[in-house]
Design a protein around this ligand. Sequence first.
Ligand code: NDP
Ligand code: PYC
Length: 349
Amino acid sequence: MDAPQSVRITLGQAAELVSAILRQAGFSAAHVRTLTETIVAGERDGCSSHGLYRTLVCVHSLRAGKVSGDAEPVVHDQAPAIVRVDARGGYSLLAFEAGLPHLVAKARRNGIAAMAINRCVHFSALWPEVERLTAEGLVALATNPSHAWVAPAGGHAPLLGTNPLAFGWPRPGGHPYVFDFATSAVARGEIELRRRAGAPIPEGWGIDAEGRPTTDPQAVVDGGAMLTFGGHKGSALSTMIELIAGPLIGDLTSLESLRHDDGAGASPYHGELILALDPGRFLGADRGVHFARAEAFLAAFGQSGARLPSQRRYEARARSLADGVLIPATLHAELTTLLDDPDARLLPG
Ligand code: NDP
Ligand code: PYC
């Protein structure tokens, strides 16, 4: 009989597996908790490029000495509407958690507030963070650079990161309106997953070292470059992200992050910018009226035959909560091997 291609595990089993591996690798309890929550949420919501596979990347980054496993973030009250969190070389998630109550309080006080996370190592999808803010009734935007893997429109040399942009809008009595996408045609993780599986990539995702369009993920990784989404528009948006989540907050661009990596193949090291807007402050007593208008607007998408971003994700979440998640047998084997043999060789890239 053929070996199974995939393995079904419950979310509880997924969390146990991930946290045991991260703990054994040397992450502190606080980092294990925040990393596990986000990794399992990624798999749960059908975002496998930022799901269980990222456990391997976290362990690789720690082994490579490119992330602190026990850094405790430090919160600075930078300005009346700005909180700054120094992640001190740890993964961003614990820093986000430390700064969140301050960001919420500042947004409620001022109507708008920003959180700058500095000196963080970053691997995660951004929707869990904007969902934390919409759960507080706030409108949210989050963004960050990554490693310079992406060529600007018209160019061949990778200068930009995959630079995700996430937006969240709270909706009364339902899931928030959330989108969260890379400003490259697709996240790097999608290219990595296909490269690991020996599968081709669609045209439009990348170019080879000579600047020719390619469907070979290995050619993109070996001296080629990814492409931005939407040509010059995605390129300009990505450049804006480099600026506002890089120099504006005193942190690295994707090019500088890649130099810092120095070939280690670890998670990017840079900053993150998160904005929160309080509708109560913008609208006062009229909040209900205008949020009802927003609801009518969003309802028209379904009526037009379109789907809202995150709808697929919320459906995947409901399925995973009921039935667990199906992960590739090869990935499951890599993870369990790593647990049995903490020195097992990793091929995260
Ligand atoms: P996609 O190209 O799949 O785009 C994702 C967004 O578009 C989601 O909100 C998705 O909703 C929505 N969407 C997709 N198809 C449709 C459709 N037909 N109609 C309406 N909405 C749609 O993902 P990416 O590869 O660009 O990014 C994936 C993840 O990678 C993101 O979560 C991002 O944060 C993460 N990432 C993180 C980086 C980092 O530095 N930390 C760098 C780059 C990416 P749905 O989920 O419901 O399909
Ligand atoms: O998938 O592009 C990506 C990515 C970069 C850092 C974390 N994820």
